[in-house]
Ligand binder design. Structure first.
Ligand code: PGA
Length: 261
């Protein structure tokens, strides 16, 4: 297996699942089965819904292995009349330092655009947060051979030079047709898209592109994670369904640990 030069990040996106009680049960089950992580180069992250963030952050501090808790979204303004939104300062107050931005479900169902993605990412990074910024094409766009054009637009309009050079930006490539469908991109398709993303960032922003962590998301499981991570430009996984059971989230981490370290 190729060495993972940028380390590996496995991030579990719970989406609209698990209130505080279920979060407690999850962490309890995880602690009971938890192996210690085999390497400080393997990083674990969970992304619970807003109402469970404080509980998860508290439980993470007692978890047998280090785990980062991230929010699923946050606004670019620091406070104000933005009903339903969360601000960076609120997330900082409960100890968070990572936020997911621009998930395809936000783009599809809640009007998120490349412009709002950039505003959120830039503001949060300026506030010191690490940002996981999602991009990816729909099935119709792939079938119309628009994948590269879509990724180019999402990068050009959604990712600023300041975000890229901050060292705080992680990109998640999530082909929308692979999310929650069981249709994982093949390692070949994932590598092609990841290499395109890195190559485009290199063209537009230079050598910093080699340092950017690029996660793959879309029906990642303990069974397919190794073949995806065998791709040189895949630096980790953004995992939905397979992060919902502690045993499968742990299976993902142990599989990666066993294969790469
Ligand atoms: P999935 O979701 O693993 O259930 O396909 C991935 C995501 O939406 O982040």
């Amino acid at each position: 297996m190729p060495p993972k030069v940028r380390g590996v990040l496995i991030a579990g996106n719970w989406k609209m699942n698990y209130g505080p009680k279920e979060t407690e049960a999850y962490f309890r089950a995880m602690a009971a089965q938890a192996p210690s992580l085999p390497s400080d180069k393997l990083r674990a992250c969970l992304i619970p819904p807003a109402v469970s963030l404080a509980t998860a952050q508290h439980l993470a501090s007692q978890n047998p292995f280090p785990i980062t808790i991230a929010a699923q979204n946050a606004h670019w303004e620091l406070k104000g009349a933005f009903t339903g939104e969360l601000s960076g300062p609120m997330l900082k107050e409960i100890g968070l330092s990572t936020v997911l931005i621009g998930h395809s479900e936000r783009r599809q169902f809640f009007g998120e655009t490349d412009e709002t993605v950039r505003k959120r990412a830039d503001s949060l990074i300026a506030q010191g947060f690490e940002v996981i910024l999602c991009i990816g094409e729909t099935r119709a766009e792939r079938e119309a051979h628009q994948t590269e054009a879509v990724l180019r637009r999402q990068l050009d309009e959604g990712v600023s030079a300041a975000a890229l050079s901050s060292g705080k930006l992680i990109i998640a490539y999530e082909p929308v047709w692979a999310i929650g469908t069981g249709l994982t991109a093949t390692p070949g398709q994932a590598q092609e898209a990841h290499a395109f993303i890195r190559g485009h960032l290199k063209k537009t922003h230079g050598a910093i592109a080699d340092k950017i962590v690029i996660l793959y998301g879309g029906s990642v499981t303990p069974e397919n994670i190794d073949s995806l991570l065998a791709c040189p430009d895949v630096d980790g996984g953004l995992v939905g369904g397979a992060s919902l059971k502690p045993e499968s989230f742990l299976a993902l981490l142990s599989k990666v640990g066993r294969t790469f370290w």
